[in-house]
Design a protein around this ligand. Sequence first.
Ligand SMILES: *Cc1c(COP(=O)(O)O)cnc(C)c1O
Length: 396
Amino acid sequence: MNFDPHETHALMDIAARPAQVFVAGRGSWLVDRAGRRYLDFVQGWAVNALGHCPPQIAQALAAQSQQLVSAGPGLFNAPAAALAARLAELSSLERVFLCSGGAEANEGAIKLARKWGQVQRGGAYEIVTFVDAFHGRTLATMSASGKPGWDVLFAPQVPGFPKARLNDLASVEAALTQQTVAVMLEPIQGEAGVNVADDDFLRALRRLCDERGLLLVFDEIQTGVGRTGLLFGAQHAGVRPDIMTLGKGLGGGVPLAAVLAREEVAAAFAHGDQGGTYCGNPLMAAVGSAVLQTVAAPVFLAGVRERGEYLSRRLSDLAATRGLPGERGRGLLRALNLGRPVAAQVAAAALALQPEGLLVNAPRPHLLRFMPALNVSFDEIDLMVDMLAEVLEQAG
Ligand SMILES: *Cc1c(COP(=O)(O)O)cnc(C)c1O
């Protein structure tokens, strides 16, 4: 194969990306076109729950692609029905809407909350969201997000998303008005740098929403499907939301997302209110069921917790050795505070490491984030920490 460094030029230039073009992946390893290998602790942005090209996904795609690829949104199909039933059983949220991406799921959750407000709450439509939140890149989900600068990017915003501060109940109460219909948040703010919502805060939000007749909406697109060591991130606090969104790990690498809701809430949608050409696509739904069959098993989730504790310990040791402020997170969603705004340079140096590269993410100037495959091996965790130590040593 001839390597042409210019061949990516037809792609819109929407992000700073390294020059490498990736051609293959297996487990925790990615391979570029030149045959160089990279230990992958980004995994498609916390997407490849079972690593690259797991047999479960290959088999589900192969089997379903010979059975039925698309029936269309106007007809029921068996894989969508089966995945919805399984998600309802696992979450105790009775109704499920399947779609293709996280932003689309959150857009659906926002629409459902607003429709419920029209039907049940006299037209209340405001959804309290949080500073530094990330809910996606559609206009409404960007407005719901609290990313600095996003309030003016693509202005005007979609109105109706007053902001509160994470772990600050008074700021939530202060944001409530007669028009409030819901409170929406990530159990852990992933893109903001792994900011964990306290269990007490989530429980207090549940009480507040119950008292005021508001919906509690959890965006579990990053924290769901085993990432934190329980199937859903809010289970650590023992809190059930009224609406929950899933994405990323649910498809294990294919475009699949979901909106889950209590029966009474989901009933607000009338025919025609919500839909989409690929919603409930059988090919993707079959993959979702295959992923859940592995990830939802208690023994698998216990393994995620063990790996998460091990990664946490190794990162803490590294921080202690190098005099860094420390690490945080839950399960296999973790961040290391470098104490200085060098995270982007460290991530670039990790990618360039010889003989094999390392992929880590720098969500904030001073933070590295780790979101490996949920079945990452202890040896791979050791190797990652060793490679990172080497990079930090070089960086001085
Ligand atoms: C990734 C992410 C989204 C957006 O998902 P897309 O599939 O990129 O649209 C929304 N919310 C959270 C918490 C995410 O991590």
